[in-house]
Structures are given as C-alpha cells and as structure tokens.
Ligand binder design. Structure first.
Ligand code: GLU
Length: 311
C-alpha cells in the first residue's frame, strides 16, 4: 500500500432503487456492504437511485430509511438522491463526449429486439450498431419524428478485473455488451452513467452489491476511464434466491422487511438469519449488526447463490 493510500478512508455505499419496499435481498446486500466498510473503519453512504419513475418514490424512500434504522444500519453525511443531480450527469456526459463517440440512437425497443442480435449475459440485446456512424443530416431528419437516446460507442477491447469476492472477471465490451445507452430518449440519464458519476463524486472506494451487477462492471470501468477517475474495489456478493430457483424480488411481497417486522420478528432475529446466510454465524441466533463487525470477513461469505427458506 502506498503512503497516499494509507490516508484514504475506505468509503462504501448502499444505492437502492426506491421502486418498492425493501426486501430480504436488499437487507442482505446492505448488511454485507455496511459490515465490509465498518469493519475497515470506513464511511458508509446512502444513495437513492430514483431516476426511473421518480414521482412515485418518496414513500418507498421513507420506508427504506425506516427499515435501515430498524436494522441498526447507520450512514455518514447527507443522503444522495439521483433525481436532484442531473447537472452532474450532464457535465459528465459532455466530458465523455469530448474523448469518445456518443451518438444519437433512434431505434425503438421493437427495432432492438428485431435486430436479432445476440444477447448479453443480463438478457438485453447487444446493440447491432444500427445508428452508429449516421450522418448529422440523417440524424436531424430522424429527430423530427423521435427523440433519440444517446449511446456510447465502445471499443473492441477486453476489460478485466479481479472482483474482491468473486475473483477474475473479463468482458469484451464490443462483443459481449455493445454500444450502451447513457441517456434515454426521455432525457433520463442511464443507471450506468449516474451510478459512476455519483460514486466518483462521493469518493466511494469499495462497491459491494449483488452479483447480478457483475456484468455491468466493465461498462462502468470504461466510464471511469473516460472520466479520468480511479476505479474502486468491486466486491459482488451472491444473490438470495427463492426455493423455486428464482431471484428474490419485489414479487416476493411476503419477504418485504415491513411485513417481516409486522409479523413480530425482531431486528436481531432478522440480522441473525441474514448473518447465517452470509456465513458469519454458524447457527441462526439473534444478533445486533454492531456485534458482527469484529468477526466479519469476506472469506466466510459463500460465492454461490443462497436459497432462502424463510416462512
Ligand atoms: N440501484 C441498484 C439496485 O438497487 C444498485 C446499483 C449499485 O449498487 O451499483 O439494484
């Protein structure tokens, strides 16, 4: 470790999308990100990624905050809300456009699927490059009929990194991802760009999140490069899955933290179950989050998906 690095306080974050109530999977994620950073004496930030359908979200934001307080999870500083930060994303987009090709794309969702391109590992079609290289004249003609999204052209290059928990990961940006949207046709900035801008602006040094976002990481690393910022440490954790093999999601309403609380479960009981899933407790037993800091180690956390048997 260099002398400079020794003085940097580790900083992590939890960045939920307030599109619903917090569920067991979110609680597992925040527990791991909080423990990882608190066990390194670092700072922990909270950010709401509310760029989608922003008007509905204040109720969900409040309930997430309430659930975090109930779990005993604390954070440092102001809560960041993405829907208030368009200027930051706009400035970043300008900067990126100076050193890379950001171009308007007029393809509809139907066009994208019809292009029968191969699909990326997250299920989205890899962009076939239909609008890449379109002349300015053609683009202004198309713009009369439809607002374009903006895509970032990616090079034919491999991005590799070593995830601190999942190990080595590599992706060819062109063939496994394709040119990706940085601003949607309705003007909303895309998750990939907003997330990177905020992590840079907040000085986040460690990103802990679910392994479903592993395949987004090379795109985000490319954005770090274009924005001239240092890439943080990535640490992707395994997902909790339902006994039917599906990911826990907002569909599993009975696993919402609010409902679990309303059924009379204490915070310590819930943390005990999550800590057991995370390999931090041999048996499920009530525990406070603060009691898990000392014994926390990523070595104990499984790398495979964890089947939830919650009733
Ligand atoms: N907002 C994303 C989610 O709720 C998390 C993004 C991230 O941690 O980078 O799944």
């Amino acid at each position: 470790m260099s002398q400079l690095q020794q003085h940097i306080t580790p900083r992590g974050r939890f960045a939920p999308s307030p599109s619903g109530y917090m569920h067991l999977g979110n609680a597992f994620s925040v527990l791991l990100s909080w423990l990882s950073i608190r066990s390194a004496n670092g700072e922990f930030l909270l950010r709401f990624e509310d760029l989608d359908d922003r008007c509905l979200k204040s109720e969900y934001r409040e309930s997430i905050i309430e659930d975090l307080h109930w779990m005993g999870i604390d954070w440092d500083g102001e809560v960041l809300v993405q829907s208030t930060r368009s200027d930051v994303y706009e400035a970043a987009l300008k900067r990126i456009s100076r050193c890379a090709n950001v171009y308007p794309c007029f393809c509809t969702r139907a066009d994208l699927h019809a292009a029968s391109a191969p699909h990326a590992s997250d299920g989205t079609p890899i962009y076939a490059g239909t609008c890449y290289g379109m002349s300015k004249i053609d683009a202004s003609e198309h713009a009369k009929a439809r607002n374009p999204s903006l895509r970032l052209h990616v090079p034919d290059t491999y991005i590799s990194f070593c995830d601190a928990h999942m190990g080595p990961y590599e992706q060819n940006l062109k063939y496994e991802c394709g040119d990706f949207v940085v601003r949607r046709s309705d003007g909303v900035f895309a998750y990939q760009l907003a997330c990177v801008c905020d992590d840079i602006a907040s000085g986040v040094t460690q990103i802990v999140r679910g392994s479903d976002l592993l395949s987004s990481t090379p795109r985000q690393m490319y954005l770090y490069e274009l924005l001239g910022a240092e890439v943080p440490e990535y640490c992707h954790h395994p997902l909790l899955i339902a006994p039917d093999g599906r990911r826990l999601s907002k569909r599993n309403a009975d696993l919402e933290i609010q409902r679990i609380r309303n059924r009379g479960t204490s915070a310590e009981e819930l943390i005990g179950v999550l800590a057991h899933y995370a390999g931090l407790l041999e048996q499920t037993q009530p525990v406070k989050v603060s009691e898990l800091i000392e014994g926390f180690s990523w070595e104990k956390v499984p790398r495979h998906e964890i089947v939830v048997q919650w009733t």
